[in-house]
Design a protein around this ligand. Structure first.
Ligand code: FAD
Ligand code: DHB
Length: 384
């Protein structure tokens, strides 16, 4: 079997790449180890930058997102007994975000690929990469797929990055001493906009998915397990952290999904080796406080599509050779922003009283200086 681009992973990166390549007349096969039901149910990110929305719309897969997604023109930072709005319409006019679940993006992309006769294979076993320097190929479940190029879109725990020979990649990483407990609940959001809350008990985030479904995150210890967090404990802790301004009451409801996500930052450079190109979480991850993970994956794929289109049109490798450098600029900006948002809003156990006062002072600055708030807003909605 032969294809132009062998894609490992049917997350947002792999599926979008396959779809964008199809629009350019370039063939691909997507190999995914999980089932279609599993990837369509996996609850993860929810904030789409303007650039991500534009990419999905231009690619013809944005119709349901435009109908069901929730456009947001601001977020609230809540701390010290008060809420402070970061107003995108004033600070970054014309730019906004859309709240639409990652699993919905994945559903829309799978539907588009299958409708166009795309080759997306689920529950594929033992994917392995071979001959990355030239004439690369993939093997899986006893089959062989020859390709011109391999795209490693298989997330942080995939097989693509480890297939690069030892010593080639430089790795930069940081583990945070806490995790996020995320829940999806059948209850109307208690706020129209997202609330990022800093309290002495830790960070909490109120997000949403629809007028009847809310999404919440709690800062929890790094070794927390969902079994330690029965529903009553989650609601009590969310209330303790979010009901920290006068007059705000958190509505509760049935919890439909729970999960603990470790907080980690990671970058592997360069994002390419031989005929292998890494995109999305396979190459880099950020702590989720800045809502950047999914948006970075989409940005990588945009760059890779242009580079592959040029390569398959006339054999030119200039854009492919510059792929990693082009992506890493945005990746490192997002790394910094995600680190900054994380340190601004979380409690760190070994912070002394001085460090806590510094954090509050910085929050005061961000919410009172237009220049500082603009920095937050322009990074949050996404750089062009
Ligand atoms: P993924 O979505 O991870 O997709 C990779 C795909 O490859 C998966 O379908 C996987 O099953 C498949 N795969 C893996 N190994 C193999 C293999 N050997 N063979 C074949 N297929 C393979 N970001 C935010 O902005 N906000 C959040 O709240 C948030 N929450 C998250 C929670 C979790 C638990 C995780 C893991 C990530 C979260 N993120 C969040 C980050 C965001 O979801 C990711 O950045 C985004 O999913 C990246 O897309 P991707 O396509 O690169 O990788
Ligand atoms: C969501 C996730 C995030 O990481 C974030 O910063 C904001 C919202 C969400 O899942 O809705």
């Amino acid at each position: 079997m032969r294809t132009q681009v062998g894609i490992i992973g049917a997350g947002p990166a792999g599926l979008l790449l396959s779809h964008l390549l199809h629009l350019r007349g370039i063939s691909s096969v997507v190999l995914e180890k999980r089932s279609r039901e599993y990837v369509e149910r996996r609850v993860r990110a929810g904030v789409l930058e303007q650039g991500t929305v534009d990419t999905l719309v231009e690619a013809g897969v944005g119709e349901r997102m435009l109908r069901e997604g929730l456009p947001h023109h601001g977020i609230e930072l809540r701390y010290g007994g008060a809420g402070h709005r970061i107003a995108f319409e004033k600070l970054v006019p014309g730019r906004s975000i859309t709240v639409y679940g990652q699993q919905e993006v994945v559903k829309d992309l799978i539907a588009a690929r299958l409708a166009a006769g795309g080759d997306v294979r689920f529950e594929v076993e033992d994917v392995a990469l071979h001959s990355l320097e030239s004439e690369p190929y993939l093997t899986f479940g006893g089959e062989r797929l020859d390709c011109d190029v391999i795209a490693g879109c298989d997330g942080f725990h995939g097989v693509s990055r480890p297939a690069v020979p030892e010593g080639v990649l430089s790795v930069f990483e940081r583990d945070y001493p806490f995790a996020w407990l995320g829940i999806l609940a059948r209850v109307a959001p208690s706020s129209e906009e997202l609330i990022y809350t800093r309290t002495e008990r830790g960070f909490a985030l109120h997000s949403m998915r629809s007028p009847t479904v809310s999404r919440f995150y709690l800062q929890v210890p790094a070794d927390a397990h969902v079994e330690d967090w029965p529903d009553e404990r989650i609601w009590a802790e969310l209330k303790a952290r979010l009901e920290s301004v006068p007059g705000f009451t958190l509505a509760t409801g049935e919890i439909m999904e729970k999960g603990v996500t470790p907080m980690r930052a990671f970058v592997a450079e360069p994002m390419q080796y031989g005929r292998l190109y890494l995109a999305g979480d396979a190459a880099h991850i950020v702590p989720p406080t800045g809502a950047k993970g999914l948006n970075l994956a989409v940005a990588d794929v945009r760059v890779l599509t242009e580079a592959l289109a040029a390569y398959f049109a006339d054999g030119s490798t200039e854009l492919l050779d510059g792929y990693s450098a082009a992506c890493l600029k945005r990746v490192w900006r997002a790394q910094h922003f995600s680190w900054w948002m994380t340190t601004l809003l979380h409690t760190f156990e070994d912070d002394d009283p001085y460090a806590r006062r510094l954090q509050l002072s910085y929050l005061d600055y961000v919410t009172s200086s237009e220049a500082a708030a603009t920095t937050l807003a322009e990074n949050y909605v996404g750089l062009p």
